[in-house]
Design a protein around this ligand. Sequence first.
Ligand code: FES
Length: 269
Amino acid sequence: MNKQGLHFTDASPNAQFSSQSRREFLRTALAVSVFSATCGTNTLLGTVIPDDFKESGAKLTGIYRLQFSEYPELRTVNGSIRLQVPGTPISMGRVVVTRLSQAEFSSLSENCTHEFCPVEPFSNGRFNCLCHGSVFDGRGRVLNGPATRPLPSYTTTYKAGEDFVQIDIPGLVVSSVLGDQQGGFSLLQNYPNPASGQTTIEYNIEKQSFVTISLLSILGKEISELVKKDHEPGVHRITTDVSNLSRGVYLYRMETSTGYTQTRKLTVI
Ligand code: FES
C-alpha cells in the first residue's frame, strides 16, 4: 500500500515467490476466489479455477470462466458486456467480453491505449473512446487514432455446446490475493477516468453494512459526501457529476461499518 492508502498490484510476481511456495500460496488463495454477486439485473457468475492456472515466463495467468448463459446480452452476435473480474490487475480496468460470431468471443481491457480512458460500449462493430476519438474494432484493433496500439486482449476460448467462455487473464491469480479486495468488499476505479462530466463509481459489499463514500481533495480534505447509507450485499454504483470541479487529481474514499476502507484517485479534465 502506498502513502495515500492506494493499493497497486504487481502482475509479475516472480521476484517474490519461489515456484513451489507460489503454487501452495495460490492454491490456498484461490479457495476464496469463487464468487457470485448481483450486478443490476444480472448475476455475476464466474470462477477462478483452483487447479488450472498457467505459469509462463514472468507471468501467472488465472483462468476465469464466464457462465455466458447468465448474460442475455451474449446470446446474440455483437452482444457485449463489461465485467469487473475480481483480481484483474487494476491497470487493466474491467474486462469487455463481446460475442463476435456464434462461435467466437473476444475479451479486451476496457482501457484505451492512448491515455487510458475506458472505451464506450460496443456499438456498430466498434468501441469508441470519447476522450480523444480513438476507435477500435471488436478484436481491439485500432481503426482510428490517436491510439496506435490495440486494446489489450485476453485469450478467450469457447467450445460449442458449453455454457462458459474461458478467459485467460495474466496477473489475475496473484492480484486476487494481493489486490484490493478485503473480505469481499472492494472499491473500483471510477469510469470514465479522467472525467469531465459524469463519472461512475462501482463498489462491492459483502454483507449488510453502513457505507460512506467521500470525495476528497488530493490533500485529503472532504469536498462532498457521495454516499451515506445502509447497503445490502451486492454490487452497487453511484454516478456523480464532476463538471463543477477544477481540473486536477482528487481522491474518493469508501468506509464501511465493518471496518473496510479504501481510497482511489479520480482525475478531472
Ligand atoms: S484516451 Fe482514448 S483517445 Fe485518448
